[in-house]
Design a protein around this ligand. Structure first.
Ligand code: PEP
Ligand code: MN
Length: 334
């Protein structure tokens, strides 16, 4: 059960509501976000919501069964739209492409990518400066200095930055240069990081864990929401299965299921999802057909020379062609 409180709730009314719930032995967890004030209640048995609905200070009471509460579709009729200060929106109505290299490598690389994004009317550039690498001897990213350079070039073109944060201690230093914090698959259940991102006033793109279930992804999203951040999106990026013919198994079933279970936008990353450059575009289109609200795609001027993930990275022509196809497919679907 979710109790939505009045925005202007005063101390006296809050105390009244808390003692009424305590009197009925209903466990509850206050959730204060950038936009709302809620109480997530987890009663052992079903009970009559009219018993609390009349209390002064309560705006609405929503019956939400199931383990995930704040991210559940059951209480929020409208799907979440993520708004940015300049009017850009990520939502079911505003299909969003985020494209760029796996790793930020140099000024030249960022500038060349930005030209492509602008030419294709893309408003978000992805690029890692802190890279989670399986081998500690691989390229780990340019770090904060790289992020500052990335930010400066993106600002000049009016393009927003999506980049991965690997630990809570990095958030404050990164925040002035980041528009969307990405949580990578390896950190999908790093609960300390998720809690810390709940306290940040920046949108979060949360990736599904490498072996993460849908349920676990939603619980992880719940951590961020519960700690105060409603500007959240989910990302399907492929899971590890017994299949070895491709890097990961892109689970497109997750798209309609996540959209059914949650009000959050669902983004698909076909690059990590299949891990094979020549098939990325097809899987991107399949993601659109499955109902994704956006795509996260790796692109590079010369994928063969990319510092990381070149094997799954589209070149600029392949990307431009994909964007034309996405546009046509969206038209057909509409
Ligand atoms: C990435 O986006 O480059 C990345 C490392 O993704 P994931 O966490 O899905 O592996
Ligand atoms: Mn990558």
């Amino acid at each position: 059960m979710i109790i939505q409180l009045d925005v202007s709730l005063d101390q006296e009314r809050e105390t009244g509501i808390f003692s009424a719930l305590n009197g009925m032995e209903i466990p509850f967890y206050p959730v204060q976000t950038q936009v709302g004030h809620y109480l997530v209640c987890t009663p052992k048995a079903d009970f009559d919501i009219r018993k609390v609905g009349h209390l002064p200070g309560i705006r609405d009471v929503h019956r939400v069964s199931g383990p995930h509460k704040m991210v559940s579709h059951k209480w929020k009729v409208d799907r979440t739209a993520i708004h940015f200060e300049d009017g850009t929106t990520i939502s079911a109505q505003d299909f969003t492409v985020m494209a760029g290299p796996c790793s930020v490598e140099s000024e030249e690389q960022v500038a060349a990518t930005l030209d492509q994004l602008v030419a294709n009317n893309i408003r978000f550039m992805r690029g890692g400066v802190y890279k989670p690498r399986t081998s500690p001897y691989s390229f780990r990213g340019l770090g904060l200095e790289g992020l500052k350079m990335f930010h400066e070039l993106c600002r000049e073109k009016g393009v927003k930055i999506v980049t991965e944060v690997m630990e809570a201690g990095q958030i404050d230093a990164m925040a002035p240069y980041v528009d969307v914090f990405q949580v990578g698959a390896r950190n999908s259940q790093n609960f300390n990081l998720l809690e810390a991102l709940g306290k940040v006033d920046k949108p979060v793109l949360l990736k599904r864990g490498i072996s993460g279930s849908i349920d676990e992804l939603l619980y992880s999203a719940e951590y961020i929401f519960k700690n105060g951040n409603e500007r959240l999106m989910l990302c399907e990026r492929g899971i590890r299965t017994f299949e070895k013919a491709y890097r990961n198994t892109l689970d497109l079933n997750a798209v309609p299921i996540l959209k059914e279970k949650s009000h959050l936008p669902v983004i698909v990353d076909p690059s990590h999802g299949i891990g094979l450059r020549k098939h990325v575009a097809q899987m991107a289109l399949a993601s659109v057909a499955a109902g994704a609200d956006g795509l996260l795609v790796e692109i590079h001027e010369t994928p063969e020379k990319a510092a990381t993930d070149g094997q799954q990275t589209l070149d600029f022509d392949e990307f431009a062609s994909l964007m034309r196809q996405v546009k046509r497919l969206k038209e057909v679907m509409n």
